[in-house]
Design a protein around this ligand. Structure first.
Ligand SMILES: [Ca+2]
Ligand SMILES: [Ca+2]
Length: 78
């Protein structure tokens, strides 16, 4: 995978950070993923557990919020 620039990462991050406080919360992640998963026909329960798993992987300091650095580390590490 080609490395994403900070600028591209920022665009992705901003899509998720809907209230622009520089952190993605689980609620923001939900708002973004649930309609997408509904479209794919994934049950709400499964969608919830996927979101839970995603936040656990992204949120390295366990404060239930994803900062831009955590987001970036996650994407860059792959
Ligand atoms: Ca936010
Ligand atoms: Ca965090």
């Amino acid at each position: 995978m080609a490395a994403l620039s900070d600028e591209q990462l920022r665009i992705e991050f901003d899509k998720l950070d809907t209230n622009k406080d520089n952190a993605i919360t689980i609620d923001e992640l939900r708002k973004y993923y649930i309609p997408m998963q509904e479209m794919l026909g994934i049950s709400k329960q499964l969608a919830e557990s996927e979101i839970e798993g995603l936040i656990k992987r992204l949120d390295t300091d366990n404060d239930r919020k994803i900062t831009f650095d955590e987001f970036k580390n996650f994407i860059v590490k792959k």
